[in-house]
Design a protein around this ligand. Structure first.
Ligand code: ATP
Length: 895
């Protein structure tokens, strides 16, 4: 490709004109752009021919990329023009999923509706998934019969919920698989190396991402479980395969054909169907088609840009008029009309139903925008994969680089175990159990596979579908939580009970039954008892505010037992797997075992595996397990899965609710008639990247709106009197107290440590140490050394290493300290929800205060409330003293 690349924000957009050239009449459109991403002086860029259509979607402020442009100087001023080799891309940083383009070319409104409603649980979807799995198995050389029965069994739960018997599904899958087998057996397709299944592709140039079903000799193959008796592939299917071809071209492969495999064709009866029954349909991947794909992608990206950046009254959404589609043939027509009618949106299909009240419509619009902003931030994370050098990415804790591949071993299920040696000092955000991008060293243009991290010690162990020489492991910024927030928002407004909506949308105060029943649930803690009563009596919702160590988990377990005893079916949910499992453990401790844990094998704690719902098995049994369980426990993320969205409950109880965005909370509570939220809005808020309404939890909003629907647990079972005093005064109006004299009077000496062996500032419950030193970026080496010294002093005085923990505000400092000690060192976010006998906090800052721990006092609250018997603060007294809040903290610590 010759020419130059021009990239930058658009300043102005001209009109399309037709001019006579030596090639005849041609259209052109001029855009003014600030190249070098806005750093350079504006220049004119002329889009020729079909690219003028992309120009129609362009608006000032959008980012434009033109590749292979040629310089032209009209009237003395240097400008650029597209050539025959050029690509024109609008908003290249907006990463469109290939499946999104596929629905967009059918109808832009279908793309929008799919985004809102997600992938529902229905038979074609489940069957499609099974056939895809079988396809992958066959490519990897597995026996057909074995694969079919294995994959059908694996889908047991979903099939059961849909009322299907394994034998009928197996028959149907077998018939579909015959198409695959027949095709694989054809001719020369025996050389294994020419095949790849499930290929993850990311395109920085075209702003595309996706996962191709398979590659055959470098050309894309897509599997469709429907029929197609035309000679040609269906248009939208072709577009999908063409997207993958485009991304392959960017990597230097030049696919000239694409293949669609319509597996249902082999299942058709020849005497009843006419037409071309061959399952495999190839098409030529021409330049014209690829350019069409890019133009469609540009139209989509422009719509998404307008949804956020056009100062219209409501976010722009597609109406369907953009497409020349016939709505009466569309499968989505009903859903389309309902969404249009209820949300009062313009739609080609028309509207049914009456609009939801204004406050709900406004809420929908506001959160739709907030979620899309978060999507943009997520895209910015993807971008770092190619914009940052490997070293920058490693320094940012987003990658482990310089791994030395040790082995690649095929394990059961045709999966691969990759092993590599990790350089000693490498740290990152990655944790065991995470899904990450494993690559040969370059995650974008090299060979990369998504895999799950099994071990993260001296050796890194990752499991993938295909073998990779493991040279680098990257954080993979999944869009799934954004997608799930959107479906949860859709469900919250368009589904479920009116009563819940009345409370959530501020139309009615929550109500409570007043049947005079004054059962005692907990006899040694009045606030806990009141909380259980409130939850049991709630006709809409109850809010339980639980400061650190106040027995939230204990109260949750007691509440669930009481609700079940009253005949309720309960959904137990929380932000993290850890909190869900903790609550289950508390239930077990209270003698209640009738629970079902929904979650992946790696997500669920080892001692809860026995109550975990295994999806594989007999459909009827599996469906009954889920439908009949009195208590189902799952993270809020799992509540957004297509299986959980089919479930109904009387009450949803959500722990860690103050860490959830409103839409993520909806994912759990729309599944139930009533809900109970448990949290503490004085601790960590929801973790989101965008600065918008997602930062405030539903818990916080409701507790401020309906204080009468809440109870604060005010007795804490964790900290000594001395330790809890500051948090109580600063965050809980002085209302927090030790639950018992034993809790209040805990001391270091209870651990067998003799305070006489320690410097005075390391004893007495709370202490402060100023090591001097200098903050350097996000670390302070001198302070790290001193923190390690403090830890050593506690250990030397007899403390058990398991009883000591260190909290630091930045991962760099965590690493710095981690190198010098073997006790647990982590950030505040990782420490929320846990505690230690002795905690040492490193503040890092010198001079002035900035950085995450200092900006948000709620983070400090978490850091200061993890210790039971001794809390030692290490920092620069001058820096801390420069702020009133930290000044008070210093005073307390030095007392
Ligand atoms: N009413 C009670 N009587 C006796 N012990 C209790 C009571 N409530 C809580 N506890 C004990 O106090 C400790 C802390 O309780 P729990 O783990 O439920 O706190 P939490 O509020 O969930 O903590 P976190 O702040 O970490 O979320 C546990 O050991 C628990 O058994």
């Amino acid at each position: 490709m010759g020419g130059v690349n021009v990239r930058g924000p658009i300043v102005s957009v001209g009109e399309t004109r037709t001019v006579s050239t030596s090639y005849g009449e041609r259209d052109l459109r001029e855009l003014r752009v600030r190249p070098e991403r806005g750093a350079a002086e504006p220049v004119d860029v002329t889009l020729w021919g079909d690219w003028t259509e992309t120009g129609e979607h362009a608006e000032p402020g959008m980012e434009l990329l033109v590749t292979g442009a040629e310089e032209d100087d009209y009237g003395g001023e240097t400008g650029y023009a597209t050539t025959g080799d050029s690509w024109v891309v609008l908003e290249p940083d907006f990463l469109v999923d290939v499946t999104g383009i596929r629905s967009w070319v059918q109808c832009p409104r279908m793309y929008y509706l799919n985004k809102l409603s997600g992938i529902p649980l229905n038979y074609p979807v489940v069957k499609g998934t099974i056939v895809h799995e079988v396809f992958g198995d066959l490519l990897r050389g597995m026996d057909l019969e074995a694969s079919v029965s294995d994959r059908v069994e694996e889908a047991g739960l979903e099939l059961g919920l849909l009322g299907y018997e394994p034998s009928e599904v197996e028959d149907e899958v077998r018939r579909n698989a015959a198409a695959i087998e027949g095709w694989l057996a054809q001719g020369t397709l025996t050389d294994e190396d020419t095949w790849r299944s499930e290929f993850t592709l990311l395109s920085p140039t075209f702003g595309l991402k996706g996962r191709a079903d398979a590659l055959r000799r470098g050309t894309p193959v897509e599997l469709k479980t429907g029929k197609n008796t035309n000679r040609e592939p269906r248009f939208q299917d072709k577009i999908q395969a063409a997207c993958y071809a485009l991304m392959l071209e960017e990597r230097g492969v030049d696919p000239d054909i694409g293949t669609l495999l319509y597996t249902k064709n082999t299942a058709l009866e020849r005497n009843e169907e006419s037409g071309d029954l061959a399952p495999a349909k190839e098409f030529a991947v021409g330049d014209g088609l690829l350019k069409f794909v890019v133009r469609e992608r540009n139209a989509l990206a422009a719509m998404e840009w307008r949804a956020l950046d056009d100062p219209g009254e409501r976010p722009t959404v597609p109406t369907g008029y953009e497409a020349d589609a016939n709505c009466s043939y569309c499968f989505e027509q009903d859903a389309c009309m309902v969404v249009s009618g209820r949300l009062d949106q313009e739609s080609k299909a028309g509207q049914v139903g009456s609009p939801v009240p204004d406050e709900e419509r406004d809420y929908f619009d506001r959160f739709y925008t907030a979620i899309e902003e978060e999507r943009r931030e997520t895209h910015a994370e993807y971008r770092k994969l190619w914009e940052q050098t490997p070293e920058e990415r490693a320094a940012d804790d987003r990658a482990l680089i310089g791994l030395e591949p040790v082995s690649r071993t095929e394990i059961d299920d045709n999966r691969w175990e990759l092993r590599a040696r990790k350089p000693d000092d490498a740290v990152s955000k990655l944790r065991e159990g995470d899904v990450a991008l494993a690559s040969d060293g370059d995650p974008v243009t090299g060979h990369a596979e998504l895999g799950r991290i099994r071990e993260l010690g001296e050796e890194v162990v990752v499991e993938t579908d295909e073998p990779v020489d493991l040279g680098r492991l990257d954080v993979y910024p999944s869009e799934i939580s954004v997608d799930r927030m959107l479906t949860a928002l859709h469900d919250a407004v368009l589904k479920g009970s009116e009563r819940r909506k009345d409370v959530v949308f501020g139309r009615r105060e929550p109500e409570f039954a007043t049947d005079g029943d004054s059962s005692t649930y907990i006899d040694n803690n009045a606030a806990q008892n009141e909380a259980v009563s409130l939850a049991v009596d709630a006709e809409d919702c109850a809010l339980i505010h639980g400061p650190p160590g106040t027995g939230k988990t204990y109260t949750i377990a007691r509440t669930i037992r009481a609700l079940v005893a009253d005949g309720n079916r309960v959904l137990l949910s929380a932000f993290t797997n850890r909190a869900v499992d903790n609550a289950l453990e508390a239930l077990r401790d209270q003698g209640f075992n009738d629970v079902l844990r929904v979650g992946s094998e790696t997500g669920v704690r080892a001692d809860m595996q026995d109550v975990r719902l295994v999806e594989r098995g007999d459909p009827n049994e599996k469906a009954a397990e889920l439908r009949d369980a009195p208590v189902v426990a799952a993270t809020t993320a799992a509540c957004g899965s297509r299986v959980m969205r089919e479930c109904e409950f009387d009450v949803a109880l959500v722990d860690e609710a103050s860490q959830l965005t409103e839409p993520s909370t909806h994912a759990a509570i729309t599944l139930a008639d009533r809900f109970v939220l448990v949290g503490d809005h004085e601790q960590l808020p929801p973790v989101v990247r965008a600065e918008n309404d997602l930062k405030t939890s539903l818990f916080q909003r409701l507790i401020e709106a309906y204080p009468d629907a809440s109870v604060m647990l005010d007795r804490q079972y964790r900290m000594s009197q001395r330790i809890q005093a500051f948090a109580s005064a600063e965050f809980y109006d002085g209302a927090l107290r030790p639950a018992t004299p034993e809790v209040a009077g805990q001391r270091l000496s209870d651990l067998g440590v003799d305070p006489a062996d320690l410097a005075p500032e390391l004893t007495g419950g709370v202490g402060f140490v100023d090591p001097g030193g200098e903050r350097d970026g996000n670390r302070n080496v001198r302070e790290a050394e001193r923190v390690a010294g403090v830890v050593d002093a506690y250990l030397a005085a007899g403390a058990d290493p398991d009883d000591v923990g260190v909290i630091a505000p930045f991962r760099a400092q965590v690493a710095e300290i981690g190198r010098r000690t073997d006790v647990t060192v982590d950030t505040v976010d990782r420490f929320q929800g846990s505690s230690k006998e002795v905690i040492v906090v490193s503040f890092v800052a010198t001079g002035d205060l900035d950085g995450p721990i200092f900006e948000d006092h709620r983070r400090v609250n978490v850091a200061l409330t993890r210790a039971k018997k001794q809390l030692t603060l290490v920092g620069d007294a001058r820096a801390l003293g420069s702020d009133p809040f930290y000044g008070r903290m210093l005073e307390w610590a030095r007392r």
